[in-house]
Design a protein around this ligand. Structure first.
Ligand code: AMP
Length: 516
């Protein structure tokens, strides 16, 4: 039987020689600094040593390896080592606190925990309480007990046989709606998605990807890294996104994947323009909605049309605007080859083109369920295998999907549905508005009231809430008009650039509380 292990698939597909560059690490703030480079041969050898160490620690197929570390090349190599030994890679956001990590460790029962040396004491205690015997450390420079212990190991490890259905990773969802759930991703989920994207986006060994995303999330870990690995391309590896550093590095790159905030931050730099994008063939955006305004400003400044795609932890990527053909701002493009998309109403009936409802998807990319939560899993799938994403969307007559918001963000004001996106687009379009988040707040009379939280342009700080409300009244039905407008310096966002609407709802929850 063929080995369906993602690592084996990557190795078989990769066209480059062991001497070819895989990753150039770009030091803090430096565009050119003498940074370490890892070749494809290096990744085979180092991930082989790590895999041998894990096997010597007793890790066998199906064991979980929980990893909460800063971004480093070694963290990527650890991911590959986990594949090679047949383990289930479980990356954790570095922002999680000890009590949060405690929940994940108790839930996932990993065999090995790898953490930053600064967390070793507290997480070591936690792990010991849970009966987890092995704790290793890895710092942002690649140092720590993992690398020390692996140094003397034999690099010649091979790759444990896996079937398409075997688990490769568990990623906890960002938990914006309740407790975070572990999405189980199989080797087939990851491999099929990576192969599709590599072809669709035209990746080749000539590509140089600028990698500034975190690697505890599907975007930076799977989408970016696997496209590079499969095509034998290379990457410029940044610890984090820094607009000025990125501007310095773009002339050495051909592709960048980013969240929308990368693009707004680049545009905020006067030095950013077409010259530094001369070698760039593709800018990709995802993980949160890209404003049409950002798309237009980026095109005006650089001549490049950002390619927006849509996905989620549970599914990897689902849709993408095309490499060749119309990239439509405000849409996330049609379903990927092999991925079916449809829109349904609250009773699960399929809706015609153009109508707003819940987006459902089906394909080899869709996860195997939530870890140890069969009931939750069953509740999010239809009988015919479609996964209910929870995103509200419409599909136009050409098959392009437009995301309208999360189902949980839907506002019901006096019994009428208000899609926040519609109000946000209108307010965003007003002169002096940088961006807007629209949320529903508890209201004694309407159930929920529409509220706009607005960031003003620096030169329009005199924009008043009355002006916003008056302008909204011209175009929107009364129930959609914000009852109140709050001005803020910036919207709260998580590491993937998603606006944290739950935080805004919490912040303003008493806005309409009756006064006694
Ligand atoms: P996560 O599981 O953290 O990757 O979050 C997935 C969610 O991010 C999706 O369900 C969408 O709500 C949102 N999302 C991802 N990409 C886009 C996009 N291009 N436009 C709008 N929302 C997006």
């Amino acid at each position: 039987m063929m080995n369906a292990n993602l690592y084996e698939i990557i190795r078989a597909a990769n066209p480059t020689s062991p001497d070819a560059d895989f990753m150039k690490v770009c030091g803090e703030g430096s565009a050119t600094g003498a940074a370490p480079t890892y070749s494809y041969g290096d990744i085979e050898a180092v991930s082989g040593r790590y895999a041998r160490l894990l096997a010597d620690l007793g890790v066998v197929k199906g064991d979980r390896i929980a990893v909460q570390v800063e971004k480093s090349p070694q963290a990527i190599l650890l991911y590959l080592a986990a594949m090679r030994v047949g383990a289930v890679f479980l990356p954790l956001n570095t922002a999680y606190t000890d009590p949060e990590v405690a929940y994940f460790l108790a839930d996932a029962e990993p065999k090995v925990v790898v953490c930053d040396p600064t967390r070793a004491e507290s997480l070591g205690r936690l792990a010991a309480n849970l009966g987890i015997a092995e704790l290793l450390t890895l710092d942002a420079q690649g140092g720590g007990s993992l690398s020390d212990a692996a140094e003397s190991k034999d690099p010649d490890f091979g790759c444990v046989a896996a079937s398409a259905d075997d688990l490769a990773a568990i990623l906890y969802t960002s938990g914006t709606t309740g407790r975070s759930k572990g999405a189980m991703l199989s080797h087939e989920n990851l491999a099929s998605n990576a192969i599709t994207l590599q072809k669709l986006w035209g990746f080749s060994s000539d590509d140089v990807l600028l990698h500034a995303l975190p690697i505890f999330h599907t975007h930076g870990l799977f989408v970016a890294t696997n496209c590079v690995l499969l095509s034998g391309a290379s990457m410029l590896f940044l610890h984090r996104f820094d607009a000025r550093q990125v501007i310095g590095l773009l002339p050495r790159a051909t592709v960048m994947m980013g969240v929308p905030t990368f693009y707004t931050r680049l545009l905020a730099e006067p030095a950013f323009g077409a010259e530094c994008c001369a070698t760039m063939r593709l800018f990709i955006s995802g993980s949160a909605p890209l404003l049409e305004e950002t798309f237009a400003a980026f095109e005006a400044r650089t001549g490049q049309r950002i390619l927006e795609r849509y996905g989620m932890t549970e599914t990897g990527m689902n849709t993408s605007n095309p490499l060749v053909g119309d990239r439509l701002p405000g849409t996330v493009g049609p379903g990927l080859p092999g991925v079916e998309v449809r829109i349904t109403d609250a009773d699960g009936r399929i809706l015609p083109d153009g109508e707003i409802g819940t987006l459902e998807v089906k394909g080899p990319n869709v996860f195997r369920g939530y870890w140890r939560q069969p009931q939750k899993t069953a509740g999010e799938f239809r009988a015919d295998g479609f996964f209910i994403t929870g995103d509200l969307a419409r599909i136009d007559e050409n098959g392009y999907v437009q995301i309208v918001g999360r189902g949980t963000d839907l506002i019901i004001c006096g019994g009428f549905n208000v899609y926040p996106k519609e109000v946000e687009l209108l307010v965003d379009g007003l002169e002096g508005v940088t961006e807007t988040a629209v949320v529903g707040l508890p209201h004694p009379d309407f159930g929920e009231a529409v509220v706009a939280v607005v960031v003003r342009d620096a030169d329009h700080t005199d924009l008043s809430s009355e002006a916003v409300i008056e302008a909204a009244k011209l175009d929107l039905a009364n129930f959609k008009v914000p009852k109140r407008v709050y001005f803020v310096d910036s919207l709260p966002r998580n590491a993937m650039g998603k606006v944290q609407k739950s935080e805004l709802r919490e912040r303003y929850k008493s806005a309409f509380a009756p006064t006694i």
